[in-house]
Design a protein around this ligand. Structure first.
Ligand code: NAP
Length: 290
């Protein structure tokens, strides 16, 4: 079987790619590989110092570093307004993983706010400038997730951080698939990806037994975890509405391939309900060209 590696990334010269959360972990790996392939990368991060440190570690073409806090809709709007040129690919990678309860600047529960509503708003604001595809990063843990349309923010349930994370990662898939259904045939593609289990800061942060069981096990290096994201972002003639993940046992590690996701992730009624609530919560209304 042929294994897809960074050597298979087609030349990216002339292409512009936004990678959110490029300051560490998988995002930093994606930035390095795309720069090495010749792309003009726009690395977004909360902490520009950390973003610049990654920028200085690339081989070929240094990325631009921009500040973007997905937990603050003002920051999302400010970034979208400053970016006037077309981009080929938007990689919605940034995310928080199983953090204690807190809310975003806009009062959203932290996981659904940072991992779904922020990227939802960003994608909607940039949509008319994206030429090729939007990649949204989910997780195998989406399988634990349930979307509580009437309690997305844990106002009426006991807070459980892994379930809050899983809800947001299920939201990523519902969004990626619904976006593909809504995009016009001549528009960009919407593709989901997940890395399996990769040893990043985010993955290591929860040192509880529950955290180790859910996120841990034998984690692959970040460079391997980044492969499905890179495949989703660059494979030529790609198909939309699919998910790329690792080919190993339980999709925890391995080389990129098209993978199945839960039945819940394909539920069109939930997807449409989540879309309506996301537009209302963020104030970003999607407009689709013909
Ligand atoms: N590692 C895994 O095993 C694994 C498994 C499944 C899915 N994932 C997904 O992969 C993606 C990347 O995670 P990772 O493992 O690389 O974790 P990571 O090392 O913690 O990186 C997360 C990135 O997201 C950024 N970020 C966090 N909150 C943000 C905010 N409010 N606004 C903008 N950027 C923000 C972080 O920026 P700072 O540097 O400022 O913190 C960092 O650059 C996430 O979507 C995660 O859910 C990871």
């Amino acid at each position: 079987m042929t294994r897809w590696t960074p050597a298979d990334i087609p030349a990216q010269t002339g292409r512009t790619v936004i990678v959110t959360g490029g300051s560490s972990g998988l995002g930093a790996e994606v930035v390095r590989a795309l720069c090495a392939a010749g792309a003009q990368v726009i690395l977004t991060c909360r902490d520009e110092r950390r973003g610049r440190a990654v920028a200085q570690s690339v081989d070929r073409r240094e990325p631009e570093v921009h500040r973007l806090d997905l937990a603050d809709l003002k920051s999302v709007r400010a970034f979208a307004e400053t970016l006037e040129r077309p981009v080929d690919v938007l990689v919605n990678n940034a995310g928080v993983m199983a953090v204690p309860y807190s809310v975003t600047a806009d009062g959203f529960e932290q996981h659904i706010g940072t991992n779904h509503l922020g990227p939802f708003a960003l994608t909607g604001l940039l949509l008319d400038r994206v030429r090729d595809r939007i990649v949204t990063v989910s997780s195998g843990l989406h399988r634990l997730g349930r979307i509580h349309l009437d309690d997305l923010h844990y106002e009426h349930r006991r807070y459980q951080r892994w379930l809050a994370y899983a809800q947001s990662k299920l939201a990523n898939l519902l969004f990626a698939y619904e976006l593909q259904r809504r995009l016009p045939a001549d528009g960009p593609l919407s593709v989901a990806a997940h890395p399996g289990v990769a040893a990043t800061e985010g993955q290591r942060r929860d040192t509880s037994l529950q955290g180790k069981i859910l996120a841990g096990g034998r984690a692959q290096p970040p460079s391997m975890g980044a492969l499905p994201l890179l495949h989703a972002a660059t494979a030529p003639g790609g198909e939309g509405g699919i998910c790329i993940g690792p080919d190993g046992l339980f999709q925890r590690n391995g080389y990129p391939q098209r993978v199945t996701t839960s039945g819940r992730s394909r539920d069109t009624e939930t997807a449409s309900g989540l879309w309506d609530r996301s537009e209302r919560a963020t104030g970003v209304r999607y407009t689709f060209g013909s």
